[in-house]
Design a protein around this ligand. Structure first.
Ligand SMILES: Nc1nc2c(ncn2[C@@H]2O[C@H](COP(=O)(O)OP(=O)(O)O)[C@@H](O)[C@H]2O)c(=O)[nH]1
Ligand SMILES: [Mg+2]
Length: 325
């Protein structure tokens, strides 16, 4: 490890905000030194509680995150925030919204906010999010809040990265309830019906409760944790205390019996992350190999002109030196 990387790791472990920001930029720029530092930091992580918020755009995740930051700051806990929004990689519109909604914490030394919008860097959004969370964890943040739009596979993976996953919806679910049914329901540890000031919040909460009860019935009747449904109004803070209490309750369940459930969850997460890193590394290696000396163009031309078939070409590529044992 280079002296510069060594020093960077040392500063981050001491909680230095500038150093952390520097490393995160290096991670964004996909610099190899960044990985050296991340290697060093790994052993110093695992202390922070990762709390994920997911839901459709506009349901109030950022506003709620802002309230949750305030609540944890009230308990003297330090907070890291990763706001992930791949839906607006170019305009940065939503990210700007996130920043504005969390503005009051911008000058608080105990709060570190980082936004991620683009895919493809550092091997995908999940890996980038993980990288940022690793840095925040190593810095000593007590809680890491991850805000993400739960739409694509990447986002669902990010959801699975949390220790506690909060699914946020608004009254009159409609399409949302379908989206939840389609995939994220199983991932939710806590459900929030935000914008309780709007009509139909109670009904939506009851609907969700019904879905959760059915899920419990189908899967396993003696589940250690039944996800609660909490109504909030993020714009005035109503319900936020209940939410914080629910998170504490879920955490206690995961930490019971020497953290049996937490360890299981984190093993699952490590498995997923490792797979993703391997996938990305293998992909970039292969693509680099293919783009070398226009090999891809040559092969494509050969396949198109029926001179060769794509299956043999794949076998040839996969059989090349780097993948032989
Ligand atoms: N009426 C009402 N509006 C809210 C509430 N929470 C958030 N909003 C508003 O909903 C809009 C979207 O909020 P935002 O936090 O950016 O949503 P996100 O896209 O899920 O992060 C903003 O205009 C918020 O002010 C709430 O509890 N009640
Ligand atoms: Mg947002």
């Amino acid at each position: 490890m280079s002296p510069a990387a060594e020093e960077l790791a040392r500063l981050i472990l001491a909680g230095d905000i500038r150093a952390a920001a520097r490393l995160m930029r290096q991670v964004d720029d996909d610099l190899p030194e960044a990985v050296e530092v991340l290697k060093r930091l790994h052993a110093h992580t695992g202390r922070a509680w990762v709390l994920g918020f997911t839901g459709s755009p506009g349901v109030g995740k950022s506003t709620l995150t802002d309230q949750v930051i305030a609540a944890y700051r009230g308990q003297q806990k330090s907070v890291g925030v990763v706001a992930v929004d791949p839906t607006s990689p170019f305009t940065g519109g939503a990210i700007l919204g996130d920043r504005i909604r969390m503005q009051r914490h911008a000058t608080d030394e105990g709060v570190f906010i980082r936004s991620l919008a683009t895919r493809g860097q550092f091997g995908g959004l999940t890996a980038s999010t993980r990288g940022v969370a690793t840095v925040m964890d190593a810095m000593g943040k007590d809680v890491i809040l991850v805000e993400t739009v739960g739409v694509g596979q990447d986002e669902v993976d990010i959801v699975r990265m949390a220790d506690t996953t909060v699914i946020v919806v608004v009254p009159g679910l409609g399409d949302d309830i379908q989206a939840i049914k389609a995939g994220i329901l199983e991932a939710g540890d806590i459900f929030v019906v935000n914008k309780m000031d709007r009509e139909g919040a109670g009904r939506t909460a009851a609907e969700l409760q019904g879905m959760i009860a059915m899920r419990g019935h189908n899967v396993n009747s003696d589940q250690p944790w039944t996800p609660p449904v909490i109504m909030t109004c993020a714009s005035d803070g109503r319900g936020v205390d209940e939410l914080i209490q629910a998170v504490a309750g879920h955490r206690a369940v995961l930490l019971a019996e020497d953290g049996r459930l937490l360890h299981a969850r984190r093993r699952e997460r490590a498995r997923m992350e490792l797979l993703e890193l391997v996938k990305n590394r293998a992909m970039s290696l292969l693509i680099k190999r293919l783009e070398d000396g226009q090999r891809l163009d040559v092969l494509a031309a050969q396949i198109a002109s029926l001179e060769r078939d794509p299956y043999s070409v794949v076998e040839e590529i996969m059989g090349s030196a780097a993948f032989k044992n």
